[in-house]
Structure formats: C-alpha cells, structure tokens
Design a protein around this ligand. Structure first.
Ligand code: NDP
Length: 453
C-alpha cells in the first residue's frame, strides 16, 4: 500500500499488505483472544479504555501529524480528532456498565426473568479515511468494552493510522489480539466476512461499499451496521439569527475540507433572508485559508486524493452544465496537491449532481424557498437521511420542523455533529443501525433472555 501525501502528491510511505494466510492467522488469534477477553471483569475492560485515552492524549501530536500526512486534514482538526477519540474511550469507560446492566422484566411470582447483554465475538469493521482515527474508535471503544474483539480493514490510503490504532490498544494493555488491523485490499473483505469466526460487520463509507458488505453479511446471516453518505439539509428560516447562521454554515460545509458525511450539503434558504445569507456564505467561504494542512492557520487542506478531487470537480462541472451558477470557487487550484477551493453553487437544478448526489468536498449547493412547507419538501427531496439542521430564533418552530425532516438526527441552531452521548446513524441510503451511546454498544451484543423458574 502506497501512502500519497495529498498536499504534495508524493508517495511518502509504502506498506507490505497482508495476504490470505495472515488473515487466517489473525482470525485464529481473534477467536482465542475472545474466549478469555469475554471473561475479564467489566471493570478491567473499562480501565483499559481509560489507559487508551491517556495514550491518545500523550501521543496527540504524533498521531495528528500522521493523519495530516496520510489524508491531508488540517493539523488543528487532526488534533481535535485525537482528543475526541480519547473522549469516546472515557465515555464508554464510565457508562458501559450502566448501558449493559441486566434488565429485569415483569414475571410470574417465584420466577426471575431478565435480559443480559453478552458479547458476540470477533466483529469486522471496514472503515474510511476521512476521520481515520475517530471512525475506528467509535466502533472499537464500545465493542471492546462490551467484550467483543475487533478486526479492522481500514481504507487503503491510511495504513499508518490503521497500525497506530492497533498500537494504542496494545500499549494500553489490551490483550495482544483484542484489536487487530488487517492491511488488505477490499478484494479480501468478502473472505473475512465468510469466515465463521467473524460474527458481525460494520462499515462506514460509500453506498457501493456498504451494499457489498451488507450483502455478503446478509448472505451469511450476520448482522451489519452501515454508516454511509449524506446530503444533509441546512434549513435557514426567515427568523434565523443570520450572523451566527452564516458563520456556522461556512463551518458546517467546510469542516474536514468538506469531506464529512454529516457536513451541511444543501442550504435551503427562505426568500426573505436569501440574498443576505448567500452573500455571507460566499464571503465566508472565499475568506477561508486553503493550503498547507500542517500550518495551524489553515482552514481547508487538500482533498484526500487526486481521484477524489477529480470526482468532485466532475460533479461540479455537471451541475454547472445543467444550469447551476458558481458564486465562488469552482475550479481546482493550480498548484501541486489535490486542492479544491470552498465553492458555492446557486440556481442548482433539481436533477443535477449537486442536488441529487453527495458532494464529498467543500461545495455548498444553495436553494431558495418561499415558505416552511417548501423548505421541508426540499429538505426531504433526497435518498439520503443522515442528519440535518434548522436555523430559527423560534425554538418551538425549530423542534416542530426537526420532526418533519427524515434523518437520523436533526439539530436546531447547532451544526450537526457526532457525540459519544447520543445515537448516530441514518435512514434511507445513509444506512442502518446506530453507533455511539447506549444504542451503539447494544448493536453487537446478544440480548439474552434468562428465565429462572
Ligand atoms: P469507500 O466506500 O470506497 O471506502 C470506504 C471503505 O470501504 C474502505 O476501507 C474501502 O477499502 C472499503 N471498500 C471499498 N469498496 C469495497 C467493497 N466493494 N467491498 C468491501 N469494502 C470496500 O470510499 P472512497 O474512499 O472510495 O470514497 C468514495 C465516496 O464515499 C466519497 O466521495 C464519499 O461520498 C463516500 N464516503 C463516505 C464516508 C462517510 O463518512 N460516510 C467516508 C468515506 C467516503 P479501500 O480503501 O481498500 O478501497
């Protein structure tokens, strides 16, 4: 696997991939480690997660630099990503035993009936490059503390991150093979799913990859969780506080250089505030600092690869050909590296890529609406259903509309985020199942009924 630094286009590292025999060995280890790991007291497992959090904080700079080198995330955002991983470890260290407490049910006199939450075994995670630590930790922390063991197939562009995550768990004192990285291409994914020792799968990534993993899992009667793309609406009502809404809108679209499943992608703006909002959004986007991701002053780094940049630009060009207007940006930067400027598109036709598909880069599509009901119709005019936000000074109105948006989460006056304390996941083609919080830790456990007469 060759690691290409997307800021320079240079190959910076090469890793040997694992072959089929390595995969079989890893599965043997996973199975034997699970047998002892599941019997470890819950408290021990929680303490190891606290150690993992400490290691992440100690090595924050080192790991942030690795993220930046492999996928181009601006360094301050990479540092925040490592901190968030420490948080999810601490969250599950604190709450796992509450989340997994036995649940007692009404039962006939003299009997005791309860549900216990028991681990399933080795869980296989296929993960993407965009939050190369966070996406893995939000899978690993709840699953390891619940007594499962983890196998990771990370995106081929971030093998260094994949190995570093394995190192965090090892150095924190987890058993040697409680969390293993397989450096394999996606061709071997189906073989891993096929193995009887793998009990369930989870994937974060694109729709086609999700379909492939869910289909292979379903064929073998294995549960899967899918966290796929999104085209989140950002609904600006006539009574929104525009100054704040513009500032948050710029951030919501351009965080992680626009490569986030929960980035605001479709800005749906009431006619009364349309002109002011659009001019603020354009000004904000144009004023972001695009460039060297190792510079702490940089807001937007390169796209994660030249191929992803080409795909994004093709979507923009097809949207423009269909009638969209470029208000700012719209052309790759003429320099080394995969740089695309923050871009704002207006007059976006309904059937263009910017309206229909996910644009995984810093490109905002803006739509004008006349009233609330048109805003809701537009917000729901998508196959995706990951997140959404509503901007209004009337909190009750915001909450009422939050119920109308078909998505896994809707935030009122707040940028959509993922937070260890609340469930995260989508509806529609954004996937199924939930990560994080109590919902996330209960995805891959056996909810066992025990009836004692
Ligand atoms: P992919 O979905 O292709 O990659 C995500 C993971 O899935 C990687 O580990 C990849 O491995 C693996 N994978 C890819 N194809 C298959 C397959 N057929 N069977 C099993 N595993 C597979 O994302 P890309 O990097 O290609 O990005 C393409 C688009 O996906 C983006 O533009 C964006 O729209 C979406 N995406 C969404 C993310 C999200 O957070 N929901 C994250 C990343 C991407 P390998 O790297 O070896 O191909």
């Amino acid at each position: 696997m060759n690691v290409v630094n997307p800021a320079t286009g240079e190959t910076v590292e090469t890793y040997e991939t694992d072959d089929e025999a390595d995969v079989v060995t890893a599965l043997d280890h996973a199975e034997s480690t699970f047998e002892s790991w599941r019997k470890r007291p819950q408290r021990d497992r929680e303490e190891l997660l606290v150690s993992a959090a400490e290691i992440l904080r100690e090595r924050q700079s080192e790991y942030a630099e690795l993220i930046t080198r492999e996928m181009g995330k601006p360094i301050t955002q990479a540092e925040s990503e490592i901190e968030k991983c420490a948080w999810v470890c601490e969250h599950y260290a604190e709450y796992a035993s509450t989340y997994l407490e036995d649940e007692y049910h009404p039962s006939p006199a003299g009997t005791e009936v309860k549900t216990s939450y028991e681990p399933l075994g080795p869980i296989f995670a296929v993960m993407p490059w965009n939050f190369p630590f966070w996406q893995v930790f939000r899978f690993a922390a709840p699953n390891l503390v619940a007594g499962n063991v983890g196998l990771l197939k990370h995106a081929s562009s971030v093998p260094g991150c994949a190995l570093a995550i394995e190192e965090v768990f090892r150095d924190a004192g987890f058993p040697e093979n409680a969390f293993q990285t397989l450096l394999v291409s996606s061709d071997l994914v189906e073989d891993v799913i096929d193995d009887d020792r793998v009990k369930a799968t989870t994937l974060t990534g694109s729709g086609p990859a999700g379909s492939a993993v869910a289909a292979a899992s379903g064929e073998r009667i294995k549960k899967s969780v899918l966290e796929l793309g999104g085209s989140d609406p950002f609904v600006v009502l006539d009574d929104a506080d525009l100054e704040t809404t513009i500032e948050k809108g710029v951030r919501a679209r351009n965080q992680n250089s626009g490569q986030s499943c929960i980035a605001a992608k479709r800005f749906i703006v009431h006619d009364d505030v349309y002109d002011e909002f659009v001019s603020g959004l354009v000004e904000g986007a144009a004023s972001l600092t695009v460039g060297d991701p190792t510079d702490p002053e940089t807001d937007v780094g390169p796209q994660a690869s030249a191929e992803l940049l080409a795909e994004l630009h093709d979507q923009v060009e097809r949207s423009v050909a269909a009638g969209a207007t470029v208000e700012t940006g719209g052309e790759p930067l003429d320099r080394d590296g995969a740089f695309y400027p923050p871009t704002v598109l207006t007059d976006v036709p309904d059937d263009s890529p910017a309206a229909r598909d996910e644009l995984f880069g810093p490109v905002a599509a803006v739509f004008r609406v006349d009233d609330e009901s048109e805003a809701m119709a537009r917000a729901n005019d998508t196959r995706f259903g990951l997140g959404g936000s509503v901007w209004t000074t009337d909190r009750e109105r915001g909450e009422r509309l939050a119920h109308e948006i078909e998505a896994g989460c809707v935030y009122v006056n707040r940028v959509v985020g993922s937070d260890p304390r609340v469930p995260f996941g989508g509806v529609g083609v954004s996937g199924f199942g939930r990560e994080l919080s109590e919902a996330g830790i209960k995805e891959f456990v056996n909810r066992k009924t025990i009836w004692v007469q």
